[in-house]
Design a binder for this molecule. Structure first.
Ligand SMILES: [Zn+2]
Length: 260
């Protein structure tokens, strides 16, 4: 069920029977010369809507501007400062409890949001109000992605290109894939930009001239469809697992000395 399309009388029964919401979280930021700035929002919403369709759980509207100051040198990148983002997401999530929601999955598609969503989840849980966890599609199928691409790239690479190609094919400039590869950084690893162990870069432009990492020529809509289906299975199962947990089991343990 998609909240934004539904009239309030038709939501009453859901909130009486269920207490889980899927909240898609993306970004609006450069994804190279070949992908739209909404890439992460498209991917997050695609997963959340599909998992909601398959399970019957509620999908809220997408939070489509995230924490992306590290892409600001590229035209169009639009972001919220981290404290403002955390406050906004926390407020939206906390207010869902008014309708009886007590567990949330942030269906996230932007790495820059992770630590902030985790912090919001911790605050809400420490207040014993609601249990929120962050889920990223590519974390759920790491081995499959490694098998599919030689250089998946953490940003704007073939894995994201394939996903958008599957979900919104008209938004991918398929005639710019070689340009994307040749103007960016194909191999990005744990040692990239490190000096004596310290990570020396802050912005994506410090590593890549056109904003992307990985080999985009490996992308295809077909691989995108396979990866989407595989990761969506995990999101469906995660949703069912979370819905079945007793609320008390999701809240923090009491002090160790009080444990019986
Ligand atoms: Zn992205």
């Amino acid at each position: 069920m998609y909240l934004g399309d539904t009239a309030w009388p038709d939501l009453e029964q859901y909130f009486q029977q269920e207490s889980l919401a899927l909240v898609p979280v993306g970004s609006t930021e450069q994804h190279g010369p070949h992908l739209p700035e909404a890439t992460d929002a498209i991917i997050a919403e695609g997963f959340a809507r599909e998992a909601a369709r398959r399970t019957g759980y509620l999908c809220t509207p997408t939070i489509d501007i995230g924490v992306s100051p590290h892409h600001r040198q590229f035209y169009g990148t639009t972001w919220a400062d981290a404290p403002a983002f955390r406050t906004y997401v926390e407020s939206i999530t906390r207010n869902l409890t008014e309708h009886g929601i007590d567990r949330v999955i942030y269906v996230n598609a932007h790495g820059g949001n992770v630590e902030h969503l985790r912090e919001v989840g911790r605050r809400l849980r420490d207040d014993n109000e609601l249990y929120a966890i962050e889920w990223m599609w590519d974390e759920s199928i790491r081995e499959r992605i490694e098998a599919a691409f030689d250089s998946p790239g953490p940003h704007g690479g073939p894995k994201e290109t394939s996903l958008v190609w599957h979900l919104e094919p008209e938004l991918v400039h398929t005639d710019r894939l070689e340009q994307a590869r040749d103007g960016g950084l194909v191999e990005f690893g744990g040692d990239t930009g490190r000096v004596h162990g310290a990570r020396t870069f802050y912005d994506s432009i410090d590593n890549t001239d056109n904003g992307v990492l990985g080999d985009q020529t490996d992308a295809s809509a077909g691989v995108g469809a396979e990866l989407f289906a595989a990761a969506c299975d995990h999101l469906v199962e995660l949703s069912e697992w979370l819905a079945a947990r007793p609320f008390d089991a999701l809240m923090p343990e009491s002090h160790v000395s009080e444990r019986s």
